[in-house]
Design a protein around this ligand. Structure first.
Ligand code: GLN
Length: 539
C-alpha cells in the first residue's frame, strides 16, 4: 500500500517547498523505495501553459507533453524519475473534471459542492498521481491561509484520516525570520502558520524550518511547545550555497530515519553518495565561463529555471563555474552589440512573440561571424535560420510568420501555412498539428559526421518540444550548398530539428528543449558540449 507524505507551506511563498519535497523524495529513492511526486496547484488555470513566465516562472514540459509547474523540473532533476500529466493537478483541472461529470449526469440528483465532490475529485487525482509507488510525496502549492488552497488542504486532511497515521504524514515548511537589529530568530510567524493549519484540522507531524542559519535547541524547544509538535520533529533548512546540498542537509539531521520510524517503513540501507560526490565536484570547479543568455523574460530568473540548471550542471561536468549574464534582447542594437565581446558563449533561449527578436538575430549574427560558441534553443534555433537566410543566403527580410505574417520568405512558419518564396503553398498540413502546440518527447534522427552526432554519439534521440512554428521545408533547398547544415530531422514528419554551422567552433540550434532532461549528475550532451566549447574559446 502507498504511504503518503503531504507537504504544505506557511508564512510566505518561495521558501523552496518544491526543492525540499524533491530532496526528501531523493533520500527515499536512494534508500531503495519506489517514490512518486505530485504538485497540487490551487490556481484556476487548467495548467500553467498560458501563464507568463515572468509571473509564474518557467513552464516545465513532461515527456508525455504536459505543460506543468516548474517544481516538476526539480522533481525530475533531484529524483531522476519522469513526471507525467498526472503529476501536476490544478484547481482548474479539478473543477473542470467535476463540471464535466455534472453535465454528463454523474451526480444526478445531488447538489454538487466543494465537500464532498471537489474534495473527492482531488483525492482521486492524488491516488492516480501516486502511481502505486511505495511513498507518494504530495506538495500543496501556495501558502496555508490562502483562500484558494482550502479545498486541497481539506482533501489531504480527509485523506490523512482515511489512511491512518502510519500511512500518512504531514510536513509543514515554514520560515523563521532573522531580525538583524536584535540579532534574533523569530518563531511567531511559524506559530501562527501552524495554528492556521491546525484550525482546519491538520496537525503537522514534522516542521521544516527555513532560516538563514542552523536553528539551535532552545528555538526548536520553543517551536515544539507552541505548535504541538515534538522537538525531534522540528528540522532545520538553513540557506545553502547550492540547492543540491539540501538532500545532504536533511540526511545529516536524519529526517528520513524519523519518517521511516513514524510510518513503520522498512529500514533499507541509506545512500547519499551521489550527492556527496556532486558536492565534491562543485568544490573542484574553480575557473569561470561566462554565458550571455539573451531573452525577453530576463526580469525573473525562474523564467529560465531548467536552462539555468542545465548550464550549471554542464559547468560541473566540465569542472567550471558558469556565470550567466542575463541580457534583455530588446537592449541589443547594432550600436551595443560590442558588449557581447566579454562573453565566452551566447545562448538564445525559447520564447514567444515579437518583442526583442531583432536583438536576438543580431546576437546570432555576432556569434556566427566572431566564432563565439552559440546555442539556440527552440526560438533560438529559428532565429539562427532567419539570420543565416537574411545575411548569407540573401533571402532578404526572411522571417517567421510569427513575427511577420506577410514576409516573402517565411523560412519559419506554421506547418499549415508553409509557402515557398513565390507564395505558392507547397506542403500542406499533413498531420493537422498546425496552429496547436507541438508538445512532449518526439524522436529525432541525427545525421552522421555532424556536431550533433558528435555530441549525442547516437543516431536517434528523444527530446521534448513546446512550440508551434517550424522551419519551412520549402526553403531547405536554399541552404543546400551553404555552411548551415540541418543535422537532425523528426522521425515522424521529417521536420527540421537541429541546425549547425560548419567551420565554426560550436554553433548549434535545436527545435526541442534539451534543458528539461539535464540532470545534475549527468548534465546533458548539448549543454556539456556548449560549455566545454565556450571555455575553450577563452584560451
Ligand atoms: N515561438 C516559437 C514557436 O512557437 C518558439 C517557441 C519556443 O521557443 N518554445 O514556435
Amino acid at each position: 500500500m502507498t504511504r503518503y507524505v503531504f507537504i504544505t507551506g506557511g508564512v510566505v511563498s518561495s521558501l523552496g517547498k518544491g526543492i525540499a519535497s524533491a530532496s526528501l523524495a531523493s533520500l527515499f529513492k536512494l534508500r531503495g523505495f519506489n517514490v512518486s511526486l505530485q504538485k497540487l496547484d490551487p490556481y484556476i488555470n487548467l495548467d500553467p501553459g498560458t501563464m507568463s513566465p515572468i509571473q509564474h516562472g518557467e513552464v516545465f514540459v513532461t515527456r508525455d507533453g504536459a505543460e506543468t509547474d516548474l517544481d516538476l523540473g526539480h522533481y525530475e532533476r533531484f529524483v531522476d524519475i519522469e513526471m507525467s500529466q498526472d503529476s501536476n493537478v490544478t484547481a482548474g483541472r479539478v473543477y473542470s473534471n467535476v463540471i464535466n461529470k455534472e453535465r454528463k449526469g454523474d451526480y444526478l440528483g445531488s447538489t454538487v459542492q466543494v465537500v464532498p465532490h471537489i474534495t473527492d475529485e482531488i483525492k482521486k487525482l492524488i491516488i492516480i498521481g501516486a502511481k502505486k509507488s511505495d511513498i507518494a510525496f504530495v506538495e500543496v502549492g501556495g501558502t496555508v491561509g490562502d483562500i484558494e488552497s482550502l479545498p486541497f488542504l481539506e482533501s489531504i486532511r480527509q485523506f490523512g484520516l482515511e489512511l491512518g497515521p502510519k500511512n500518512s504524514l504531514f510536513i509543514h515548511l515554514t520560515l523563521l525570520p532573522y531580525i538583524a537589529v536584535t540579532k534574533e530568530i523569530k518563531t511567531k510567524p511559524t506559530q501562527h502558520s501552524v495554528k492556521e493549519l491546525r484550525s482546519i484540522g491538520i496537525q503537522p507531524d514534522i516542521l521544516l524550518c527555513r532560516s538563514s542559519d542552523l536553528i539551535d535547541e532552545p528555538i526548536k524547544q520553543k517551536i515544539a511547545l507552541f505548535t504541538n509538535v515534538s522537538k525531534d520533529a522540528v528540522f532545520s533548512a538553513e540557506d545553502a550555497s547550492s540547492i543540491y546540498d539540501i538532500p545532504i542537509m536533511l540526511k545529516n539531521q536524519k529526517m528520513d530515519d524519523f519518517i521511516i520510524k513514524k510510518m513503520n517503513l522498512r529500514k533499507n540501507k541509506s545512500n547519499i553518495k551521489p550527492w556527496t560526490e556532486y558536492k565534491q565536484k562543485v568544490k573542484k570547479c574553480r575557473k569561470n565561463v561566462k554565458i550571455a543568455m539573451i531573452g525577453k523574460y530576463v526580469d525573473l530568473e525562474d523564467s529560465y529555471k531548467s536552462l539555468n540548471e542545465a548550464l550549471y550542471h554542464a559547468g560541473i561536468i566540465n569542472m567550471l563555474k558558469v556565470e550567466i549574464d542575463y541580457i534583455d534582447s530588446d537592449s541589443i542594437k547594432k550600436s551595443t552589440i560590442k558588449s557581447l565581446e566579454t562573453m565566452d558563449g551566447i545562448l538564445v533561449p525559447g520564447g514567444f512573440g515579437n518583442r526583442g527578436i531583432e536583438g536576438k538575430i543580431l546576437a546570432a549574427k555576432y556569434a556566427r561571424e566572431n566564432n563565439v560558441p552559440y546555442f539556440g534553443i527552440c526560438l533560438g534555433m529559428q532565429i539562427s535560420v532567419i539570420e543565416y537566410a537574411r545575411n548569407v543566403i540573401n533571402l532578404k527580410k526572411a522571417n517567421s510568420t510569427e513575427f511577420d505574417m506577410k514576409t516573402n520568405n517565411p523560412v519559419v512558419a506554421l506547418v499549415n501555412e508553409w509557402r515557398d518564396s513565390k507564395g505558392k503553398k507547397i506542403i500542406v498540413d499533413k498531420s493537422n498539428f498546425g496552429g496547436t502546440m507541438r508538445l512532449g518527447a518526439q524522436k529525432c534522427n541525427i545525421r552522421k559526421n555532424t556536431l550533433a552526432y558528435k555530441m549525442y554519439r547516437k543516431a536517434s534521440i528523444d527530446e521534448r518540444h513546446r512550440h508551434r512554428y517550424e522551419v519551412n521545408s520549402n526553403f531547405v533547398k536554399f541552404f543546400k550548398d551553404s555552411d548551415l547544415v540541418f543535422s537532425g530531422e523528426s522521425a515522424r514528419e521529417g521536420l527540421m530539428e537541429i541546425i549547425e554551422i560548419k567551420n565554426h567552433p560550436w554553433y548549434l540550434g535545436c527545435q526541442f528543449h534539451p534543458e528539461f532532461t539535464s540532470s545534475p549528475l549527468r548534465g546533458h550532451p548539448l549543454f556539456n558540449g556548449f560549455i566545454k566549447a565556450s571555455f575553450r574559446g577563452k584560451i
